[in-house]
Ligand binder design. Sequence first.
Ligand code: C2E
Ligand code: CA
Ligand code: CA
Length: 827
Amino acid sequence: MFTMQETSPMAILIIDDMTSNITVLRDAVDGLAEVFFATSGASGLALARHCRPDVVLLDIAMPGMDGYAVCEALKADPLTADCAVIFVTGYTCADRELLSLQQGGVDYLQKPLDLAVVRARVFNHLRIRMQTRALAQARQDLADVVAHLPAFLSYWDDQHLNRFCNDVAGRWFGVTAASMEGMALPEVVGSANALLIRRRLYVGPPDAAPAFEMSLHNADGGTVHTQASVVRRERGKRDSSFLLLITDVSARKQAELALYDEKERMRIMLNSIGDAVIATDRYGCVTFLNPIAEEMTGWSSEEAVGQLIEHVMPLIDGDSGAVTRNPVRLALSEDRIVGMALDCVLVRRDGRRLMVEDSAAPVRDRNGVQSGAIIVFHDVSEARAMAYKMTHLAQHDALTNLPNRTLLRDRTTQALEQASRQDQHVAMLLIDLDNFKVINSTAGHAVGDTLLQQVSLRLQQALRAGDTICRQGGDEFIILLSALDDVEYAGVVARKLLAVLVEAFMVGNQRFDLSASIGVSLFPGDSNDQDGLYRHADSAMYRAKQEGKNRFCFFSAELEEKLLARHALIGELRKAIEDGGLEMHYQPKVDARVGRVVGLEALIRWRHHGVLVPPASFIALAEECGLIVPLGQFVLHQVCTDLARLVDAQVAVPISINLAGQQFDDLALAADIARTLASHDLPSHLLEVEITEGTLIEDVIHSLENLRTLSELGIRTSIDDFGTGYSSLSYLKKFPIDVLKIDQSFVHDMLTDSSDAAIISAIISLASSLRMDLVAEGVEQQAQADRLLAMGCTIMQGYLYSRPVPFEEMLTLLRHETIFGLPPVPA
Ligand code: C2E
Ligand code: CA
Ligand code: CA
């Protein structure tokens, strides 16, 4: 603004009634400023208001209004008051000069005029004017600055009364500058603040008193945070007038408080989160540890700060144990977030190891320059252990801790890949323990489990380290022999396994003799994939069973064919059971003394492709594939239906049905039979069951239970094929058995083979001593019947009387009250 002032033009006004004088004067000041002129006092005054002259050259003697009057008028008008008036006159009287100066003129020029002097004088006055103008402007500017300063600026006198303040509007204390003048300090700032200020004034260092904080209350009752400073007017003297400067620092204060809050929040957060946090500077020296980090590393904050991160948080690789680079280093050197390292182990200060997962990130200051790093980590020991346990559980059999199918699958895939790359063989051995079911049901499942554990141990010990053994569930194991150069080796291993299994097992004091059947299939000879290998091993194992157990068989193609045929047959049998392809035939049991039918045996037939297939061809199959249960259901229902018809025809005799072992496993068997009888409205004594000795001892517990229930229901039980099994007097006494059926093999040869006859006679006396009834099976000749009768067996069954016949035929027979044997019926 000063420059503007400098450039703003200066003006000279010449007032004279003589134009010739005006011309002279104008020439004298030419070029010093803009020149205006007037020829009378009145017009000069009007012009002055307009051009605001800096210097007025004023003629004293003018008609009308003289120079003094004009000067007086100029000084009286605020617009023109500050112009410099130089009187010009022809009078040479000293009074005049004095008068002129007294009238407010600044100078006096005497005619005749020396033009050079005139010019010099005017120039000087113009310069003074210019400086005065600049000074005034500067003062105004300063006043403006002070008034608009965002601070409270004040001066207090010796008595601490206000002498000046810049708060024209009274924004600070609600008191305008004008009314503050003369007010006492406490009145304005409050007594507490006044005390504060005075203390600074007298107690603080006399010269540079430091600024101090002061709180003021604004008009709304809110607090304004300020910074104040006092400066003594007269330093070192006793005078205690002073300047007081107050600035509003609320915004800064607020930012400080916010920063503090933020820091505090961060501190609480870092101390309370579950993760460990360590901060470092950009050299990797620790600057901060939160409590979890202290706990995990074993370092206290005080000790750790300043140490290298590697020292406080040494990391090693979980697998190799090798020292690993701390992620902080990577974060710092690559200036990026470094994700968690896998399998990372933290070595605590006390040497203990913790599995950790971590991630580090560089920290930048507000200019974006890297200033350090932060690493966050947590203990994953438990999680890893759990994960490991879970994978182990998912891949292992709980009982034996051997790999399970899932793991075997992986291993097989690997083995096959490797073998095909290296032109080698892989063998799969499927091991099934022989008759294990019997042990399980006689000795109990706990013993069975212990035995399985021992078996798996023995198998493992017999194998190479690289071979995989897996338990399939039940008593079935699979062994994978990988990387074989010679397929014969599979046979060697199989033989060895059989050998280790036949050695006696001990559970407590109990001795168990086991054996196994093993099926072997080979890659790539038998199959290229694992499902094929398994299927083939399975069929080879099946053949080993068929061929008498306790042996191993390699897979062969013709065996596979047989198995396929068997598979097809099972399908057809299932269909026959569902679609009524089965039918019941009946063979009479005859009281040979009178030739009367005293009972019937129900024997099943399968009408397959128009041919009547005997049970020998499909009962065993049905037992193996579980179809025996639905088949048994069919028999029970059909027999009850037929029985009901016999009842209707009033020719009812008891009918016996044959039960297979598996049907006997089911404890609900007796209840099932009772229900079916009831639904056909039949008395229970009309139904009898036949079971073999083998069935009885296979599952003693179930057998006993079922037999008891059946006998309670009033259903009679026969032991079929008696004499061929494990005849033991003890179990005969234990079970509620009603009838012994002498096996037809003894009857067949009884006339020629004396030992068979002896067995029959033994069975007959056994039955009589146990009060059991007898039936002789397979009686084909009258001589046999006669001999049996003579020995004491009265009930016979056999072709001599009748072959098994369809129900309708049997019904006719019964209706006609056919008498058998007297005379003999032609075959
Ligand atoms: P099993 O219970 O010993 O039945 C007697 C078998 O001897 C019957 O053979 C019968 O036809 C035959 N047979 C009867 N008299 C003579 C004879 O004088 N000489 C000769 N050589 N044989 C005679 P089938 O019907 O072929 O039955 C064979 C076996 O099938 C039965 O032996 C029985 O164990 C089983 N079976 C038959 N039907 C069923 C059934 O419905 N369920 C079950 N689970 N098994 C059945
Ligand atoms: Ca029978
Ligand atoms: Ca029999």
